[in-house]
Structure formats: C-alpha cells, structure tokens
Design a protein around this ligand. Sequence first.
Ligand SMILES: C[S@@+](CC[C@H](N)C(=O)[O-])C[C@H]1O[C@@H](n2cnc3c(N)ncnc32)[C@H](O)[C@@H]1O
Length: 251
Amino acid sequence: MSAVTTSAPTALRPGLASVLDANLAAYQTLADDYRETSPQRLRHAARWLQDPEQGRPLKPVAAGHALDIGCADGSHAFLLAERGYNVTAVDFSSRMIELARSRDTQALQGPGPTFLEGEFLTGKFFDAAGEVAPPLDRKFELVVANAFIHLFPKPADEDVVRRALELVAPGGLALFSTTIEDIRDENFFAKTRMNGTAVERWRGHYPKDDFLSLVRDAAGDGFVITDLLTADLRGKPWLTVFARHRANDPD
Ligand SMILES: C[S@@+](CC[C@H](N)C(=O)[O-])C[C@H]1O[C@@H](n2cnc3c(N)ncnc32)[C@H](O)[C@@H]1O
C-alpha cells in the first residue's frame, strides 16, 4: 500500500517558516537572473524532462494536466504547455510569477499555463487577479519538482515529496531532481548572482542513495521508482527520480 494517504495541504513544521521567509527573499532577488538563464535551463530540461520508460520527451497521452512546483519564471511550464499539457504552475515569489505571467503566449497552440502565487506546502494560492485561488484539489498526470526539494530542511523535504505524490493522478508520473553530492549536508548557502553579488538560501545536498530513498520512502509501494543520472549545464551530476503511480498496473 502507498505511504501517501492524505490529500490536505501540509501544516508547516516548527522553525520552517523562518527558512521559507529567507528563501522567499532570496528568490525575489534571483528572479532577474532566472529570466536571463531561461534558454540554458530549457537546454538542460531536454536531459531530464523525459519519459523514463520510453527515454523520449514527455508528452501527454490525452488531455494531460501537469503541475510545475517552484516554476520560477515559467520556462518549464511553457515547455510543457507547448508539448500539449494543460499546465498549472506555482511559485511563492511574486517576482517570478510576474515574469511567468508576462511571457508571450502567442506561439502556443493550446491554452497557456495557469500561474499561481503561493507557498506549496501551505497550499494557499493567488490567481492573476490577486484573488485566493481554489486549492489544488485535482490530480495531475505529471508533477514536476525540479531543483525544489533541496530547498527544504529535513524532515520538511519528506513533507514536500509526500504532498507532491498526493497530487499525482492514477498512472501518472512525478519527477524530482537535484544535484548529487558526496556527503549529505544542509544549511544556508550563498548563491552567487549574475552580477557577482550573493544571496543566501537554504540548500540540502544529497548523495544519490539519500535522494532516491527520500522519494522511495515517501512513495511506498504505490509507485514504481526509477532514476536518471545526467549532468547539469556546468557538468555536475544531476539526478532525476521518477515516481510512476501504479494504479494502471495489472495485479
Ligand atoms: C531553484 S528554483 C528552481 C526553478 C525551476 N523549477 C527550475 O528548475 O528552473 C526554486 C523555485 O522554487 C520557488 N520556491 C522555493 N520554495 C518555495 C515554496 N516553499 N513554495 C513555492 N515556491 C517555492 C522559488 O521561488 C524558485 O522560483
């Protein structure tokens, strides 16, 4: 049986709010850098945004819904929309969401992504009119959490994976990605901006087996777990863990 049992937004663990505040301040500052690095991040996405069974770009089978968690400037959300997904994308940085919403939708054949501003675990989101959006109460054929889980201190990282898995539709797929390190550690680390200044945000570092176990333990046996080791654009090892919901498996 799957370890994933609830569908309610998650209460924040004690002490987590101050980490989230610091991360929010960091990503508000980093938004301009994300706009600049969008082409590089899209090139990188070609390496990990794959169907794990087919080894080719992910495409919806029918009218697939996708959720991009921590969508930043919307680069990946637009890529998924171009591939035919009906995309919802969330981020707590108002500056990131502003950039995402101001992207040109003209090249899209179908509907553009819906961008919601809000913190993922608490699950309160605001729509483009600044109104409280309905909670995420649907399931998604694809849930993407790229470079996201490592922003949460242990054990909140487990809460995030569990919450993401709760949102996967029967037969659907979740993707979790991070860099791979030799030792597990976590702390506030500086991230250098394109202009040479630095901001601090919480960052976990995971050896491969730790990150795999994080997803495996949260998923229980309701999901099939596979992984793909590639490189990020600077050549650092980049791990994507795929969790395929087993619902369509014949018993
Ligand atoms: C490292 S960036 C990754 C962006 C994007 N997924 C990518 O792969 O390029 C993390 C993003 O998640 C957002 N974020 C971080 N913590 C969040 C939270 N608790 N709730 C919602 N968004 C969050 C940040 O604002 C930032 O845009």
